[in-house]
Design a protein around this ligand. Structure first.
Ligand code: AMP
Ligand code: ZN
Length: 136
């Protein structure tokens, strides 16, 4: 399914020209228009899935497999020193475009920090309760 009002549907399916670095039957990979670092790219499925909650499991698996290949390829081409793979779901988590995408962010030994978060404290009992709640 595609959504006529979704910019990433249009980009992924070639209706809007963009800086595309890869395409196959399921995905297009483009340069992010506001890159965090040189080469910052987005893996975008051609079908519309809002986020990780909605994406088909098989498409999600293919996206991760593609991320693996591009991490190696882009590191080779860019000469970067490391890589972040990032994927935001829902507004509270920083998602701004509501069509599933994965960020491929090359990292360089330049001291630049792009991801930071604080740390919450939980008691041993709280950690145990969280663990019991989540264990499957
Ligand atoms: P997120 O915050 O995870 O939803 O990420 C959305 C990303 O899409 C941001 O990094 C934007 O810079 C990028 N972006 C939004 N519109 C475009 C566009 N038309 N072409 C390329 N990148 C875009
Ligand atoms: Zn879409």
């Amino acid at each position: 399914m595609r959504d006529d009002n979704c910019i990433f549907c249009k980009i992924a399916n070639g209706d809007i020209p963009t800086n595309s670095i890869y395409e196959d039957d399921d995905f297009r990979v483009i340069l992010d228009a506001s890159p965090a670092t040189k080469g910052h790219s987005l893996i975008i499925p051609k079908e519309h899935y809002k986020d990780m909650y909605e994406i088909d499991e098989k498409v999600a698996a293919k996206a991760m497999s593609l991320a693996k290949k591009l991490t190696v390829h882009m590191t080779d081409k860019l000469g970067c020193d490391g890589f972040n793979i990032l994927q935001n779901n829902r507004e509270v988590a920083g998602q701004t475009v509501f069509h599933f995408h994965m960020h491929l962010i090359p990292r360089y030994n330049d001291g630049k920090s792009i991801l930071t978060w604080g740390h919450e404290e939980f008691s041993d009992d709280e950690m145990k309760a969280i663990c019991e709640n989540l264990r499957q």
